[in-house]
Design a protein around this ligand. Structure first.
Ligand SMILES: [Fe+2]
Length: 289
């Protein structure tokens, strides 16, 4: 589930908190087969690319390739590990509803799956992105606390009118974050880990910049939703990410950001710790096409 504005009334049949039944019994064989196809592709390429916490979470949740998971069964395992639960929602929910779920350790997930001819492309996050991409890391106690802290921070950012800054934090960590390990860079962001092509691009392409995570820097950097990222931010550990969030008073930080310009998406700043300077060749090629 991603941060998107929409109208403020739940659709007919949804609960006041926008939750809906998953409707597990209604999935067709073709829909389960799409899950299996997506799962099998990612299971092949993620060892050695995804971080250990993600792969361990995948294993702990038994999210194998037998079809779309039943949230009830999944929640029994997830809740026992970190007290998080998955709730089904329509594909888009208002920001405050999204943050309130996170702040209460509930992850809102879509219940629909993309069509078989859309394995590589989808406009809105579906159940494969939301569950395969996001839920394994929620079994990690540190990341589980980070997501809750993010939800709490989101409610505050809304009140202070700085949601665009905080949304960038979500984008460059929860969706597109990379992690530095002794064995090399690993993926932890759900947007990468649920995409075959970006799993390879994010780690192996010479095009994007890879820069050490810095909270203020991230919040000044716009992002693109239509293509591979031009810049990835790399955290030293999940604990560092949590610490950077809970040890920062976002009020003064937002006040400071209000007086600063955004940083160009392809730019390198003087204070950046650059792990690899990208050629930006991929992005430049797309512009001239
Ligand atoms: Fe997402």
């Amino acid at each position: 589930m991603d941060l998107l504005d929409t109208t403020h009334r739940p659709p007919e049949g949804a609960n006041p908190d926008w939750t809906i039944p998953q409707g597990f019994e209604s999935y067709s064989k073709a829909e389960h087969d799409v899950w299996i196809a997506l799962y099998d592709r990612q299971a092949t390429i993620l060892p050695g690319r995804a971080c250990d916490a993600f792969l361990q979470g995948l294993h702990a949740l038994d999210l194998h390739g037998e079809g779309i998971p039943d949230f009830e069964r999944l929640n029994r395992r997830l809740c026992a590990l970190t007290s998080w639960r998955i709730v089904a929602v329509p594909s888009l929910v208002p920001d405050d509803v999204f943050f309130d779920h996170l702040a209460n350790r509930r992850f809102p997930a879509a219940n629909f799956i993309r069509r078989a001819d859309q394995l590589d492309y989808l406009q809105e996050p579906d159940i494969f992105h939301d569950v395969f991409g996001h839920v394994p890391l929620l079994t990690d106690p540190v990341f589980a606390d980070y997501m809750q802290a993010y939800g709490q921070g989101g409610l505050r950012a809304l009140k202070l009118g700085r949601l665009h800054n905080l949304a960038r934090l979500y984008w460059y960590t929860v969706e597109f974050g990379l992690l530095e390990t002794p064995a090399g860079l690993r993926i932890y962001g759900a947007g990468i880990v649920s995409s075959r092509s970006e799993s390879i691009f994010a780690l192996e392409s010479a095009s994007p910049h890879r820069i050490r995570f810095n909270l203020e820097r991230v919040m000044r950097t716009p992002y693109r939703i239509d293509d591979f990222q031009q810049i990835y931010f790399v955290i030293p550990s999940l604990q560092d990410l949590l610490d950077a969030t809970i040890k920062t008073d976002f009020g003064p930080l937002y006040a400071q950001l209000a007086g600063q310009a955004d940083i160009a998406i392809s730019g390198i700043e003087p204070g950046d710790v650059v792990l690899s300077r990208g050629s930006q060749a991929y992005a430049k090629g797309r512009v001239t096409q």
